[in-house]
Ligand binder design. Sequence first.
Ligand code: DHB
Length: 281
Amino acid sequence: MKLANLELKNPLMNASGICSFPPLLKRWEKAGVGAVVTKSIGIESNPGNQGPVLIEPYPGAVLNSMGFPNPGYEYFLEEMKEYEFDVPLITSIYGRDEYEFGFLVKKLEPISDAFELNVSCPHAKKGGYQIGFEPEILRKSLKNARTSTEKPISVKLPYYSADERKLKEVIKIIEETEMDWITEINTLRAMDYSVEIGKPIFSNKFGGQSGPTVHFCALAQVYKTRELTDLPIVASGGIASSYDVKRFFGVGADAVQLGSGLLYYKSIKDFVKKILEELKC
Ligand code: DHB
């Protein structure tokens, strides 16, 4: 299939997130996905949050609060010299303001086939990451990214719930700034709380919820997005089986990303192979 100018051998990719550090991207590739997506890369290195950073307090509700662990773009460029991919590499980036997105796209262009702009982390400590809720900063960020590369750029959107006006406004900005596709949805802001210790479980208090319990929220947003635009949609949110993938295709997705559904399989290989076999692609 074709996604912007990328040729993908199938419509599966991994989701940026809990399992997308470079050695794991090699596993996704070996397992057979059509493209790989990095963990979000920022300007400075960041150790991430103190643990726990990944929990499943209720079956199907996966919560993470990793805190953007990443080596920063300079070291990431070094690290990636050790890796070669036979499938397109989509670099996920996060910026704290409109300038950082353009800067990072320019710096990471030599190793990237396409970009995914993370404007939607639901629990970042310092403001700015939730640019997906701030139309004017979003517009400037996308504009700066667009003038920094001719390679395809996607925007990873947050869950807008029933706020159709916001979704409409954001899609208009994405079209006007000539983005290549939409990836949706990022995790939903969430929290777990320990009654015994009387405190939230995560050191950052908040995390993002993924897993099967968010699948139906994602379906609703993909359906609505498809009504509003002809841009390609890469759907992400709680895929645990090929049936979930078919649901996403049914509501208008062009490709899908696999993430925390991995928890219900033996390995990345097992997860991808089963879904590819069942989809017959
Ligand atoms: C993190 C970032 C995200 O965009 C997200 O949805 C969930 C977690 C993180 O690194 O903490």
